[in-house]
Design a binder for this molecule. Sequence first.
Ligand code: UT7
Length: 332
Amino acid sequence: MSKKITAAITAVGGYVPEDKLTNFDLEKMVDTNDEWIRTRTGIEERRILKGDGKATSDLAAPAVKELCKKRAIDPAEIDCLIVATVTPDMVFPATANIVCDKIGAKNAWSFDVGAACSGFLYSLTLGSSLIESGRYKKVVVCGADKMSAIVDYSDRATCIIFGDGAGAVLLEPNEEGNGVLDSILRSDGSGCQYLHMKAGGSARPASVETVMAKEHYVYQDGQPVFKFAVKGMADISAELLEKNNLTGNDVAWLVPHQANLRIIDATANRMGLPREKVMININKYGNTTAGTIPLCLWDWEKQLKKGDNLVLAAFGGGFTWGATLIKWAYNS
Ligand code: UT7
């Protein structure tokens, strides 16, 4: 009998732009201060992609190129490339199509997934299923967002949170039982009212009025999102552990979406995990939406060991949320 195929992450790539926007820079732009931002969110600085015409694909392409280099594969070997994003280069075509063109992934089919901050987890589950089916051998899953394109830098409630960045993983078949082992994903569209972009879609196409009313920016009612996020991320992570007969002791790393340090701490506490087992880089990148989880994997890759259990957890616009269990497949 042939062995069960799982989808293992075999390489990680990442990219953040060089330009930094610090809390002290923001103090000069809006009525805020470094102390408030650090204590309420954990953020100290974020990266911003500057330059005319620079887009989300310019974050994703170098991240994917890096993982190809690490794994010594030609981009033409990629079977499928998925980009999770809420800031596509254009409404259409998909940013994933543009990324494939930029890196020379000429044999891949490619598409975007829009699930906001849970986009990477949604895409990872999807990409893993393609590998598990036995039909595809190399699937790239990328989370990329140029949040600075949709942030109003005169709105202190949102401009302090977001940053730009991208991370990507390569998925390949594994017969040792390593890789993506389980996932619980959820959505609740009634949460739309608390976190959305009002215009630019089919409900309110762009017009002079929508631009004047600043409706092409992120709208967030922070407090309800915070409450739902704390409960959603903590509950689903605990549910995933229980479903797999695991406790916090079995988990080597929690890889949480980086929206707010207080949400991350609540999730870790619920799982019984000390801070040392939690990947946190919100201080230097802020919230890069679909980019946060793969950027954590990118920053921590060298510390990960074959056989480590990782729990990835996210909550975001939609609402969308979820948790994914991974058994790490390699030592760097
Ligand atoms: O990744 C997608 C999902 N998103 C999230 O998970 C984000 C969830 N929400 C949050 O992280 C938090 O709600 C925020 C960080 C957005 C805001 O923190 P908060 O503790 O919920 O603040 P708040 O909105 O309740 O505001 C508290 C006070 C208010 O002043 P008063 O009314 O108490 O006098 C605000 O006006 O802080 C004030 N405030 C600020 N002060 C300085 C709000 N923003 C700022 C600011 N600087 N940037």
